[in-house]
Design a binder for this molecule. Structure first.
Ligand SMILES: *Cc1c(COP(=O)(O)O)cnc(C)c1O
Length: 393
C-alpha cells in the first residue's frame, strides 16, 4: 500500500518484534486483548504490524475506517511475509476485525458485511443499513453497540440501551456481538473518579442490552485503564498506545504499572554538512538562536515537511554519534540545525536520530512528545508518514 511522504531523507525503522513483545506483556496484565492498530497502526504500518500481531496470537484487531479494515484483511490473507497464504482470504478470518469509526456510507456497509467486520455503531440508521445489507448478502451483519459514557463523541447515550435493544429486535439482518465505550481520563492523575463514573454508566447500558436478550461481550479499557484499573477489564480490552512502547501512565502516580514496554519506532535523518559557527552568529530563520561561544553544528535533512514539527524549534534534541545534540533555532521545511560541539568527529553522512536510536542516549517517545508540546500518539502518526523499513527480529 502506498503511503506517506516521498522525496525526502527521513527514514523510519519499525521493530515488529517489539510490538509483539508489548502485546504479550499487555496480554499478561489484562488478558483478552483486542490490538488497536487504527490509523496505520499509529503510523507503524498496519499491514506488517497486523501480520506480526496475528503471529503473536492476536485474534481481535481494531482499525479506524471500514476501508482500513479491508486493507488489513487483504494483508492478512496475502501469501508470504507472514500472511495467511490462502488466496481466498479464508485464513485471514481467524482474526476478527473491528472498525472503530464504523460504516459511514453505502460502500462501507456492503464491505463490512461481506468481510464479516464488526462495526462500531452509534445511530439507528447504521443498524438499519447494516441489517438491510446483511439480508441482501445472506449473512449476518455484526455490530458493536457504542455507548457514549463521557467523551461526548460517537455513540448512543447509555439510557438508550433498552430502546436500542428494541430496534435490534426489529432488524433480523444485524446481530449485536459487542458493547463498547471509551474512557476519557484513564491516563491522568486524578482520573479514577471519572473512570468509575464511565464504568458505571457503561455497566448499566450493557446490563440493559443483555436483559433485553442481546448477549453482547463488553469492552471498555484502553491501555492505561487495563494497566491502572483492573476493574475496567471486562470480556475484552483494547490496548493501543502501549503496543508501540509508551507507558501511558508516565508522569502519573501510577507510572510503575506501565513499565517494561519497548519503543518500536526509530527515526533518523542524515547529517548533510558540519561546520563551525562563531560566537555572536545566529542560526536559521528569525535569528532566534545566537551562539554565545564558538560551536560546531550539523545541518540535518529533516524539517517540518517531513513531519518533524516546527514546534520543536529550539527545544528538541537529536542523537549524533551517541551524543545528545540540541536543535538550534527554527526547524525549516526540509532541514534543521543541531549543536554537535559535544560529538567530535561528526560528519556529513552520519545518522542523526530524531527518535530512538541504537545508543543509550536514545530519544524516548515521551521526550520527543514533550518537546513538541503533544502526545506520543501524534508523534508516531506524523513521523510514521515518512518512508518506513522493518527491522528483522
Ligand atoms: C484508540 C482507541 C483505543 C486505544 O487507546 P490507547 O490509549 O491507545 O490504548 C481504544 N479504544 C478506542 C475506541 C480507540 O479509539
Amino acid at each position: 500500500m502506498e503511503h506517506g511522504i516521498f522525496y525526502n531523507m527521513v527514514r523510519v525503522t519499525v521493530h515488529p518484534e517489539r510490538i509483539c513483545a508489548n502485546w504479550r506483556l499487555l496480554d499478561e496484565r489484562g488478558g483478552n486483548g483486542c490490538a488497536v492498530i487504527k490509523s496505520d497502526a499509529y503510523g507503524h504500518g498496519i499491514e506488517v504490524v497486523g501480520r506480526a500481531l496475528r503471529a503473536a496470537g492476536a485474534r481481535n484487531m481494531a482499525v479506524g475506517t471500514v476501508e482500513e479494515g479491508a486493507v488489513l484483511l487483504d494483508a492478512l490473507a496475502a501469501p508470504g511475509e507472514g500472511g495467511g497464504g490462502g488466496a481466498d482470504g479464508a485464513d485471514a478470518q481467524d482474526v476478527r476485525v473491528i472498525s472503530l469509526l464504523g460504516p459511514q456510507c453505502a460502500e462501507d456497509h456492503a464491505e463490512a458485511v461481506a468481510r464479516s467486520m464488526v462495526c462500531f455503531v452509534g445511530r439507528d440508521e447504521q443498524l438499519k443499513a447494516l441489517s438491510a445489507e446483511g439480508l441482501r448478502q445472506g449473512r449476518p451483519a455484526l455490530a458493536a453497540i457504542k455507548f457514549d459514557t463521557g467523551m461526548s463523541r460517537l455513540g448512543y447515550a447509555p439510557d438508550e440501551a433498552a430502546r436500542v435493544a428494541g430496534v435490534l429486535d426489529g432488524l433480523p439482518g444485524v446481530r449485536a456481538v459487542l458493547a463498547a465505550s471509551h474512557l476519557a481520563v484513564a491516563d491522568e492523575d486524578g482520573g479514577e473518579e471519572f473512570v468509575r463514573v464511565q464504568a458505571e454508566r457503561f455497566g448499566a447500558a450493557v446490563g440493559a442490552l443483555r436483559a433485553a436478550g442481546h448477549p453482547v461481550e463488553a469492552t471498555l479499557a484502553n491501555t492505561a485503564a487495563l494497566l491502572a484499573y483492573p476493574w475496567t477489564r471486562l470480556d475484552m480490552q483494547r490496548p493501543g498506545i502501549g503496543l508501540y512502547g509508551p507507558n501511558p501512565l508516565a508522569g502519573t502516580d501510577l507510572a510503575r504499572l506501565g513499565e517494561g514496554l519497548l519503543p518500536a519506532m526509530d527515526v533518523r535523518a542524515p547529517v548533510l554538512q558540519v561546520h563551525d559557527v562563531r560566537a555572536g552568529e545566529t542560526v536559521s530563520y528569525g535569528r532566534t538562536f545566537r551562539a554565545e561561544r564558538d560551536m560546531r553544528v550539523a545541518v540535518l535533512g529533516a524539517g517540518y515537511a517531513d513531519c518533524y514539527g516546527r514546534a520543536l524549534s529550539g527545544r528538541a534534541q537529536v542523537v549524533v554519534r551517541g551524543v545528545r545534540a540540541p536543535v538550534l533555532g527554527r526547524v525549516c521545511m526540509q532541514m534543521c540545525v543541531a549543536d554537535v560541539s559535544d560529538a567530535p568527529g561528526a560528519a556529513a553522512g552520519d545518522d542523526a536520530w530524531l527518535l530512538g536510536g541504537p545508543d543509550a542516549a536514545a530519544v524516548t517517545p515521551e521526550e520527543l512528545a514533550g518537546w513538541w508540546g503533544t502526545i506520543t500518539y501524534e508523534t508516531f502518526c506524523l513521523l510514521g508518514l515518512n518512508r518506513r523499513e522493518y527491522a528483522e527480529a
